[in-house]
Design a protein around this ligand. Structure first.
Ligand SMILES: [Zn+2]
Length: 466
């Protein structure tokens, strides 16, 4: 039986419903009901802890046939990864996103669908599921279908989504195509920060300042943390040098979109200044990152460097294409650098390398970004003595580091800096996309330092003005 709520079209109603990313950094989905229309802003997968992942399989909280449009801030799966499922449930309307987001979403959604199919097949083959048979959340066919619903928009230009309701995408500096979205309707402005990037990032531009919002929905991923102000080049240099001296390998689990390219840029700078051992091989073992890297060529507008400057970095490593070559990397005892997805070690080829290098005290596992609760990345960064991979407990004896300054997310000070760009305080500021401690710490900072009215949202909470 369908337990989801029917959506009404009421002309003068204004309501925000937080359908995901409340108390967690995944499953971003906010329903905006305004001007008689029902818009979904982001449509992400839940990831990490099992009770969160189970929400992907639960009925969608509202009846999708009542949705009129989906607006996407960026392509990361925690913002886009539920879209094929939404289409499978009957959503046939438009999905509006910047052109780089559309191109990245194609890569990420097809990959995600392949993983969903492979996981279901694995469970069935090993008889591991209570569902007989286990079915994928969606298939490659579902992803291909939903990709046809995408409509490209330009940065900084107002788009009339419906008569009386317009939206504008402003660069967020987080990953290629990532945007802060402003929506105007009936004289009120609603702003969704999406994921905010860092100031002075090595590759991406700063987040665009926003002057005004009546309602602001703000991410809080690093709301309780500051990134280290160590020079990432120095830190990387020291870490690689000591690992190589031990005869070990540096294994870098990295998000295929953004983090792989940033790592390559830093390694390129180190190599250029002769601070990497001359013959130290660098491998990128993530077929998806090869496609993502290609996108940088077509989207230089959001970057600090011209593509020709970045090209040297992107051409430096050896890209591993087939599984056989991927496995053979672990046979050679020579020190090397392997960059491989996924970034939180939740899946992908990096798992095979982790099985090999995590037990090796000479090696280093280097994470480069936020590790969501419940992921192997969070466990290892938290000091876990062993992690479970493919049903087997693997001891962790390697050095484990997380260089959060390489993250694609603004830290607490950077979020506050971005908020200071507002000319007047929003009448309401809602915090989502953060684990409980991070969101609540940021709430206090905003209240005490800016004097704004601010609230941390709860799962399925609704808001409409009095
Ligand atoms: Zn993101």
């Amino acid at each position: 039986m369908n337990q989801n709520k029917a959506l009404k079209h009421q002309n003068n109603a204004f309501k925000l419903s937080f359908l995901g990313a409340a108390g967690t950094v995944t499953g971003s989905r906010t329903l905006l009901q305004a001007g008689g229309r029902n818009l979904l802003v982001d449509c992400g997968l839940f990831q990490g802890l099992k009770n969160l992942r189970l929400r992907n399989c639960a009925p969608f909280p509202v009846d999708v046939s009542g949705l009129d449009a989906v607006i996407l801030t960026h392509a990361h799966l925690d913002h886009s990864g539920y879209l094929p499922r939404l289409a499978r449930l009957g959503y046939a309307g438009p999905i509006l996103a910047t052109s780089a987001t559309v191109e990245l979403a194609r890569i990420l959604l097809l990959d995600s669908a392949g993983i969903q199919e492979a996981d279901a097949e694995f469970l069935n083959r090993h008889n591991l599921s209570s569902h007989k048979p286990a079915l994928p959340l969606y298939t490659v066919g579902d992803a291909e279908r939903v990709l046809k619903q995408f409509r490209k928009v330009e940065f900084d230009e107002w788009v009339e989504v419906f008569p009386g309701l317009r939206a504008r995408w402003r660069s967020a500096g987080h990953i290629l195509g990532a945007a802060i979205v402003e929506i105007d309707q009936a004289g009120r402005r609603i702003v969704f920060s999406g994921d905010l990037g860092r100031y002075d990032d090595a590759i991406m531009d700063d987040p665009t300042p926003i002057e005004r919002a009546d309602y602001l929905v703000l991410e809080s991923t690093y709301g309780d943390r500051l990134h280290s102000d160590e020079d990432p080049l120095e830190t990387l240099h020291a870490l690689i040098s000591r690992t190589v001296q031990r005869g070990g390998t540096v294994l870098i689990p990295a998000f295929a979109v953004g983090r792989v390219q940033l790592m390559l840029w830093y390694l390129y700078l180190l190599r250029g200044s002769a601070r990497l051992p001359a013959n130290l091989p660098i491998y990128v073992d993530s077929p998806m990152s090869l496609n993502a890297t290609e996108l940088y060529r077509r989207n230089t507008r959001m970057l600090r460097h011209s593509y020709s400057e970045l090209q040297g970095a992107f051409q430096m490593p050896r890209y591993v294409r087939d599984v056989q070559e991927s496995k053979s990397l672990d046979i050679s005892p020579m020190p090397k650098i392997i960059i491989s997805a996924s970034g939180m070690a939740t899946g992908g080829r990096v798992l095979h390398h982790l099985k090999h290098y995590a037990p090796d005290p000479r090696s280093t596992i280097l994470f480069a970004g936020y590790q969501a609760a419940g992921t192997r990345g969070a466990a290892m960064v938290g000091g876990a003595a062993k992690v479970k991979i493919h049903g087997e407990y693997i001891p962790v004896r390697a050095e484990v580091r997380n260089l959060s300054m390489l993250s694609a997310h603004a830290d607490s000070d950077e979020i506050i800096r971005w908020l200071k760009g507002f000319e007047t305080a929003p009448s309401h500021c809602f915090l989502n996309h953060g684990e409980a401690q991070a969101a609540d710490t940021l709430r206090l900072r905003i209240k005490d330092e800016l004097g704004w009215k601010v609230k941390v949202v709860e799962h399925l909470e609704e808001f409409s003005p009095q």
